[in-house]
Design a protein around this ligand. Sequence first.
Ligand code: SAM
Length: 319
Amino acid sequence: MLAAFRDAPHGRRFEVVRKLRRALAQPAPDATGDCFDIGEFKSFEQFETKYRILATELGYEGKVPAPGEMDFLHAMVDRDDIRHPGGIGSRDYFFLTALVSILAPRRVVEIGTLTGFSAAIIAAAIHRQHDGAGLPSGRNGITVETIDVQTRCLIDETRATGFEIPELIPDLVSTVQVHTGKESDFVRELGARNEFGLAFIDADHRHPWPLLDVLRLEPYVQDGGWILLHDIKLGTYGRDQRQTGQAPEGDTPYGAEWLFDRWPFRKIRSFHIGAIELPSRRDALIPFALRLMEEPFEVTGKAAKRVRRALYQSLTDLV
Ligand SMILES: C[S@@+](CC[C@H](N)C(=O)[O-])C[C@H]1O[C@@H](n2cnc3c(N)ncnc32)[C@H](O)[C@@H]1O
């Protein structure tokens, strides 16, 4: 509470601490949440079967893939040999496609663009559901807003972040807007509260960045909406690799994994990728967030201080 007092916006400190205290006094939700594990989407045959199971789980019993969806996925898999590193793999984009196709959101916000691969996958799935029709006016037909802190693509600085989008979805380029040099708080410039049907977080995986991204995005995600998290097994994967004497490629932080595992509300896992459902009472996120913030930060130094302050700012916006 002392930290909350110190980092809350000036002029609202006592109010914030009082409200956080009240939120903490609420009965704690089930410690681990109700997790439905659909397993990996390993093949095209599994895509169709698991699609139906996922649809039933999400309350859309009988829904099947849209026309053209399988052809698009085949085309993506055929590109696997020329894929750029860093983007989501086929098992994950099968799940991503199924989720977007079933929920059929009109607008999605993504954190972590890189080449634009996952943004293109999302845009294609939205298009197949709505065929460009009925998009909110004033948004110029943009269905995917994708945000990345880097202006030049992290894996190839000679190219702009999001460079792959025109190659992957030439007919739908205008439906994706790339915002670079920005973080998740930029979402407030992109939509109204409760506007997005789905959010995808695939950016800085070091604890507590994924938590901060969730808290910043959630006001802009519809009631009962879902937030998708990538790399929810990354920490364990790195630990297992090291235990068998192998050196994992790159860092393997636990941020997304801890967030997903401890999410106390409904959630769906498909191996490395998982979706968390927002609770109907958003202030129920406060005790969960404060508890997760007690885990040692994987972000260090001045950056840790900045992230902690931003977390309290987001919590303040919740109360
Ligand atoms: C794993 S890549 C994203 C891959 C992409 N979603 C895909 O599957 O095609 C992570 C991206 O997040 C960006 N990033 C890292 N920290 C960020 C932050 N705090 N806010 C926004 N973007 C961030 C990086 O610049 C990088 O491009």
